[in-house]
Design a protein around this ligand. Structure first.
Ligand SMILES: [Fe+2]
Ligand SMILES: [Fe+2]
Length: 327
């Protein structure tokens, strides 16, 4: 195995002292179009850097994820090198195998070993998954709010995968990664003790644009821009950081006519449907008709009939993905 990779530590590279100098462009581009005078961009960038410093401390990013990034960046990726690397982290290897055997990727045969799983997923997805899993596991909170956020991320990823596998296969893998990482900013804010998500909305839990607005009022920025900015800093491949950064901007899915707009819409759709499932509300024709009129659903052409058709698959895949990420 070739071990001549250069380990990198994204946490150390993050410049928490001068965020605007380091990443002014990303923040400028991702900031909501209508700037709120109460939340100036520059102040928000400083606040975000402080949150990241508090949440991450000096914890290292897992070395295996960094090594996977290095190995998959080479023009001639070596399958054996990559598999040996992943196998050095049995928990990661198990997740890859189980995700490759999801009903929506399994065609006729089951992947029996990691080599088959890596070939089915493809190097790009393996790289994204290794980074995503490492990112989420850095902030595990097995019992409390952190667990709830992680489960919502896994559920959203599963829903995005089922729908894109059926209707927009070209963006399927990226849609899954966007779902998995979309509320990473919430984990950071929770870890830093900046926001208590169990109480921020009062008795009725705030979500979506309403939640992002409450965050901006309280701390001057929201979890979406924070998460996207940190993922960008940590080299999670585009377009995931951009989609994450704009997932609570209502108009974002219409601003871009290409994959960025479509991915944003799929994420918004899956995010909303996961909240629906978690709430325990009924899922019937009436609800599906109501959802189908909403902007992101219109953007990707998702109809009530589609939702009826894929709902069983959504519930099954969601359950499978939650199990994968709870181990
Ligand atoms: Fe969110
Ligand atoms: Fe969410």
């Amino acid at each position: 195995m070739n071990t001549a990779f250069v380990p990198r530590d994204p946490l150390v590279r993050l410049d928490t002292q001068s965020p605007l100098r380091a990443e002014g462009t990303f923040i400028d581009e991702m900031w909501p179009a209508e700037e709120d005078p109460a939340c100036p961009r520059e102040q928000a960038a400083k606040g975000m850097a402080g949150t990241v410093a508090m949440a991450t401390g000096l914890r290292p990013f897992p070395e295996v994820a960094n090594a996977v990034l290095t190995v998959t960046s080479r023009p001639d990726v070596d399958l054996e090198d990559l598999c040996m690397l992943i196998e050095s982290d049995p928990a990661l290897a198990t997740k890859m195998l189980r995700l490759a055997n999801s009903a929506h990727l399994r065609r006729r045969t089951e992947c029996r070993n990691l080599r088959q799983a890596v070939q089915r997923l493809g190097f790009k997805m393996v790289r994204g998954l290794a980074l995503s899993v490492a990112t989420l596991e850095t902030y595990s909170d097995p019992f409390g709010e952190g667990r709830r956020i992680r489960e919502h991320c896994a559920g959203t990823a599963a829903i995005a995968r089922v729908l894109t596998a059926a209707l927009d296969r070209k963006v399927m893998h990226e849609a899954f990664l966007c779902g998995l990482l979309h509320d990473f900013g919430k984990l950071l804010l929770h870890q830093a003790g900046e926001i208590n998500y169990a109480t921020i909305g009062g008795p009725k839990m705030a979500r979506g644009e309403d939640l992002a607005q409450r965050e901006r009022e309280r701390i001057g920025y929201d979890h979406a821009v924070l998460g996207g900015w940190v993922l960008h800093q940590w080299d999670i491949p585009e377009p995931v950081p951009r989609v994450v950064a704009q997932h609570h901007q209502q108009e974002a899915c219409f601003l871009d006519q290409g994959p960025l707009g479509r991915l944003t819409a799929w994420l918004q759709v899956a995010d909303e449907l996961d909240h629906h499932i978690v709430s325990g509300a009924v899922a019937d024709e009436h609800y599906f008709e109501w959802y189908a009129k909403k902007r992101p659903f219109v953007r990707v052409g998702l109809t009530a009939k589609d939702l009826m058709k894929y709902w069983g698959g959504i519930l099954a895949e969601r359950e499978h993905t939650l199990q994968v990420f709870s181990s």
